[in-house]
Write a protein that binds this ligand. Structure first.
Ligand code: 5GP
Length: 198
């Protein structure tokens, strides 16, 4: 794997060089985030999130499987905190004592039952929520619901790529959530391949 973090510094630049726009408002970033992971580059994003949320007390990072886990772990290194990832279905070896919520999946167009063991989210914990993408906001809202059920405090949401034109990010900001995205796409055109950033 070639990590080209020396040359490319921003998420927006990386999207422009490596992203592929698919019909249905889907951006594929399989070459560095969603299939192959460019670890040196994602580490740089982790450092950036540390700078952005440095004034916050963060006890734990919460994300959702599967594609949030990489960025959450490579950010957790800089905060020196654990990562908890919400699971999309209860396996047979999963604790029965869980917080649960429903999340409509944008990419698979179905509703997932999402759970976290009560052992790993606690009352009074300060939580940074993270994900790879933010579109309509369902995944982040589900994670906020889990933190609220546990009696935790949502310090903010760190997102690699926000598709601003789908409105989820601005809705969450208007509800008082500190959403910080490394790249916000306001327009993308599958025909021409054009991407306009905010
Ligand atoms: P939301 O719940 O905000 O509508 O969508 C966010 C979730 O859907 C993320 O967890 C992400 O995995 C997935 N997602 C949404 N849009 C895209 C996209 O354009 N490309 C990729 N790869 N995933 C997306």
């Amino acid at each position: 794997m070639e990590g080209n973090c020396e040359r490319i510094k921003s998420a927006a630049e990386k999207i422009l060089t490596d992203g592929v726009i698919k019909p249905g408002n889907v951006l594929k970033v399989d070459s560095f985030l969603n299939h192959q992971i460019d670890v040196p580059f994602i580490c740089l994003l982790g450092q950036k999130f540390k700078e952005l949320f440095d004034d916050r007390k963060i006890d734990k990072i919460l994300t959702i499987e599967a594609s949030g886990i990489g960025i959450a772990c490579l950010t957790a290194i800089y905060f020196n905190v654990p990562v908890v990832f919400a699971k999309k279905s209860a396996g047979s070896n999963m604790d029965k004592d869980v917080y649960a919520t429903e999340v409509k999946s944008f990419t698979h167009n179905k509703v997932n039952h999402v759970i976290v063991s009560k052992k790993y989210l606690n009352k009074g914990e300060h939580i940074l929520i993270m994900d790879d993408f933010l579109a309509n906001g369902c995944a982040i809202k589900g994670l906020i619901d889990l933190v609220n059920q546990a009696g935790g405090i949502v310090e903010g949401a760190g997102i690699c790529i926000e598709k601003g034109f789908q409105g989820g990010g601005d809705e969450l900001r208007s509800e008082g959530i500190d959403v910080k995205s490394l790249a916000i796409i306001d327009q993308m055109d599958p025909e021409t391949g054009t991407i306009v950033f905010r």
